[in-house]
Design a protein around this ligand. Structure first.
Ligand code: KG4
Ligand code: ZN
Length: 353
């Protein structure tokens, strides 16, 4: 008898992206394929406020999630009755936004009697490279770099994580965005700063022009707040001439943030027996970071294989949530009610099966 495929609907609403995705797992493997996914980004709504307004974000999710789900199911020709389970982000993230997503999922579950999994958003970022790279297997080192998180962890299996380092203040994406803001880019400016940096940079030329502080050298984690202070002083000092030097400054900022990340990863790769590295989260879209991580090698000079999610799965998306839900469903079965508890702060070390 052929086993019925497992169909998981994923729902993401932890910040300013409303996402839904439908994934199909074969019953006997970790592998899944994306049947369809939809994302509604709220960036244009929050832009005029210079950052995400939690109340507005929650209201947008409330409107968007039912419409996106309906449109997705129609587009791919599936109905709710064919699903095996629903997975929804239950933390970490903005409380009101998480509540909207979880309540929407609970409503769908009430109507369909399907099991619902509350999924940790960071676990989604950590595991989605496996969805996108079928040749990637456990264990691996994961650098999670997003707007809200910067963590380096050993991923040994689903729910088997060891946090090696994390940021003591800003996240890497936040450092990109705040620096971009100081340079006059609109919110969120991280990707725009990176684009200008790439267009300007002629190798290491920037480093002789702008000395930005070495982020984090002697600390066990990451810290980006010193960089922010240095940039605001630099911007003041440049005054009128800032507009002509923006490209060089952007390149220096990008290099400084990436140097901090690559330094820490290099140290861990040299200390431990690492053969696979994953970089994930919004900042994993950064071209220069991909290039630098791709150049890493182990202490004995042997190469390290590097993996990234597709660009669409670097930033927030629902496919990663459906993927974690499916992996948990096939491994651990139906979740307890506890899994739907909203956890605005929820470290991976607190995860339970
Ligand atoms: O993962 P994500 O969508 O949201 C969170 O979970 O936080 O990441 C968004 C972050 C933003 O800070 C954005 O500026 C940054 O990722 N980002 C980039 C690039 N593309 C997005 N940062 C640097 N270079 C990029 N190309
Ligand atoms: Zn995220």
């Amino acid at each position: 008898m052929v086993a019925r495929p497992i169909l998981i609907l994923g729902i993401e609403s932890s910040c300013d992206e409303s996402g839904v995705a439908l994934l199909e797992f074969s019953a006997d493997s970790n592998r899944a394929r994306v049947i369809g996914e939809k994302l509604y980004t709220q960036i244009s709504i929050h832009q005029e406020y210079g950052g995400v307004v939690p109340e507005l974000a929650a209201r947008e999710h409330l409107t968007a999630l039912p419409l996106l789900t309906d449109a997705l199911l129609k587009e791919v020709g599936y109905s709710l009755s064919q699903l095996s389970a629903i997975a929804v982000t239950s933390g970490p993230g903005l409380k009101g936004c998480l509540m909207v997503g979880v309540d929407f999922a609970r409503g769908l579950a009430l109507a369909t009697e399907l099991p619902v999994f509350g999924v940790n958003h960071i676990e989604g970022h950590c595991l989605v490279p496996m969805l996108d790279n079928p040749e990637l297997t456990f264990p691996y080192l994961a650098l999670v770099v997003s707007g809200g998180h910067t963590e380096l962890l050993a991923v040994r299996g689903v729910s088997e994580y060891e946090i090696i380092a994390r940021t003591g203040d800003d996240a890497a994406g936040e450092a990109f965005d705040k620096s971009a803001n100081l340079l006059g880019f609109g919110y969120p400016g991280g990707a725009k700063l990176a684009k200008l940096a790439d267009a300007t940079r002629s190798d290491a030329e920037w480093s002789t022009k702008y000395q930005l502080p070495k982020v984090m050298r002697e600390q066990s984690g990451f810290s980006f707040s010193g960089l922010k202070t240095a940039i605001s002083l630099l911007v003041k000092r440049e005054g009128e001439s800032l507009s002509t030097r923006r490209g060089e400054i952007a390149a220096a900022i990008q290099e400084s943030i990436i140097e901090a990340l690559v330094d820490k990863v290099t140290q861990v790769v040299q200390e431990r027996d690492i053969s696979r590295i994953v970089v994930t989260g919004g900042v994993a879209a950064n071209r220069r970071l991909r290039e630098r991580i791709g150049q890493l090698s182990t202490a004995d000079g042997s190469g390290v294989r590097t993996f990234f999610p597709t660009l669409a799965h670097c930033t927030d998306n629902a496919a990663m949530i459906a993927y974690v839900g499916g992996l948990r469903f096939t491994r651990f079965g139906i979740p307890s009610k506890e899994s739907l508890k909203i956890r605005p702060r929820w470290g991976l070390e607190e995860l339970s099966v």
